[in-house]
Ligand binder design. Structure first.
Ligand code: FAD
Length: 408
């Protein structure tokens, strides 16, 4: 396989090696999790034990001190070669913990109290904190959450319902976007809640075509209480802002890696099997039709890897450029556009590669006991991911290119 994503920084190198080491165990556990519709809990204790779950925690607090988004993507691709459900689930945790590490660095740079922010980061490094992240609700989109924090005597009271809350059965905490209205206006805010907060009710209703080991159940919030300082403003409700664009693009770009990793796993299955396959005593690898299909898979894989790696590198450059000066709204839309472009190419390419692997594997790959059947179902989840579905993405890209980025 050519054009493979490789780590670019020392922290990324360490992360990649540790992610690689987990592939065999993840593969072994994936079939049972898929069949039982359960989360493979050992995958998470492994990632907590070997530091993958603490990738973004600063080294001084016990983590790897990862900064590069490109290396984050490479880690997710690698984990997905073992188990796609686990890769998408840990991506949610890594997205939130990256934000926490950034807040810690910013506080340190300003000389303000970073000690308070160090507490959860140490908890992540010690394996005491695992965070799921949710923005999705039925009947609305990311910009218009209907789950709302309303003022209560001692802070806020949250009511609403989130769906697709990946990782929530094992998570200790839940990060989410919601609505809050005050005298200054109508806001999109974020909060972080312990999973055992009274009124936070996991629904145990995850039963899907694929990603069955991801624990993506619904969660109901019934008069959940949060302290006065427990919510943070992200931008105006219902309108794109720099904060919201950065939040969505950064959390979701590495997720695309899970679908590339799924395609890589399918390719590997075929590459392992083909040399031993024969028809009437002749090796299948000698047939022109087989050679063409393998060639097409390899070319598609190269394309997907190249665009995702380039999107990661461009995001790292963007973040470095805007370290001290926040981007303009237009620049943040361009970042989102580039993410959408990479997502479009990789999601389609990954589905195509896994489908071609099925053609090459033949009927055995179609049986439920075969790993390829699971990959075929898992890879289909890619296009759903936020914030733009396939029916919206092309229009959005065109709007940004033409200087008509949507306001809401
Ligand atoms: C396995 C899995 C795990 C997930 N994990 C998480 C998670 O951890 N956290 C999280 O927040 N979310 C998660 N999601 C949710 C995901 O990111 C999407 O937000 C969610 O799938 C979108 O909802 P929907 O697919 O029901 O589409 P809807 O938003 O309900 O849309 C339904 C259909 O209408 C179309 N549509 C909607 N609006 C428009 C429009 N304006 N123009 C054109 N077409 C439109 C869409 O293309 C779609 O086909 C997960 C999803 C999956 C499948």
């Amino acid at each position: 396989m050519s054009f493979a994503l490789t780590p670019k920084t020392p922290a990324g190198e360490r992360l990649y090696e540790n992610a690689m080491a987990l592939i065999p165990a993840f593969r072994e556990r994936a079939a049972a999790a898929d069949a039982g519709n359960t989360m493979p809990a050992d995958n998470y204790s492994d990632m907590q034990a070997n530091g993958v779950a603490a990738a973004f925690v600063p080294e001084a607090l016990g983590g790897f001190g990862l900064q590069s988004v490109q290396d984050w993507i490479t880690c997710i691709v690698t984990l997905a070669r073992g188990d796609a459900s686990t890769a998408i689930a840990i991506n949610m945790h890594l997205g939130v913990s990256r934000g926490m590490a950034l807040a810690y660095h910013n506080a340190q740079a300003k000389g303000s109290a970073a000690d308070r922010l160090a507490v959860p980061l140490r908890a992540i490094a010690d394996g005491r904190m695992l965070i799921c992240a949710t923005a999705t609700e039925p009947g609305t989109d990311n910009l218009h959450p209907l789950t709302e924090a309303t003022p209560a005597d001692d802070g806020w009271c949250i009511n609403g319902r989130k769906i697709f809350v990946t990782l929530s059965p094992l998570a200790t905490h839940l990060g989410m976007n919601l609505r809050m209205r005050d005298d200054d206006g109508d806001h999109l805010v974020t909060t972080l809640l312990p999973m055992d907060t009274p009124g936070l009710q996991p629904q145990d209703d995850w039963d899907a075509l694929g990603m069955r080991g991801s624990g993506s159940q619904s969660v109901v919030f019934d008069n959940v209480r949060v302290g006065a300082g427990g919510i943070r403003k992200l931008g105006p409700w219902g309108r794109w802002s720099v904060g919201m664009l950065m939040n969505r693009a950064l959390a979701n770009l590495p997720l695309v890696g899970a679908f590339l990793g799924t395609a890589e796993a399918a390719y590997e299955l075929v590459a392992d099997k083909l040399p031993g396959q024969q028809r009437m005593g002749r090796p299948l690898a000698g047939f022109a039709g087989v050679q063409h299909l393998v060639g097409e898979m390899d070319i598609e894989l190269a394309k997907c890897r190249a665009i995702l790696s380039a999107a990661g590198a461009a995001t790292d450059r963007f973040l470095a450029q805007h370290e001290t000066q926040p981007p303009t709204l237009e620049a943040a839309h361009r970042l989102m556009k580039d993410y959408q472009t990479a997502k479009w190419v990789v999601n389609r390419g990954a589905i195509d590669i896994v489908s071609k692997a099925m053609d090459l594997m033949g009927g055995s790959g179609y049986t439920n006991s075969h790993a390829l059947a699971r990959l075929y179902r898992d890879v289909r989840a890619g296009p759903f991911m936020q914030p733009f579905a396939p029916t919206e993405a092309r229009q959005y890209v065109g709007q940004v290119v033409l200087g008509r980025a949507p306001e809401e």
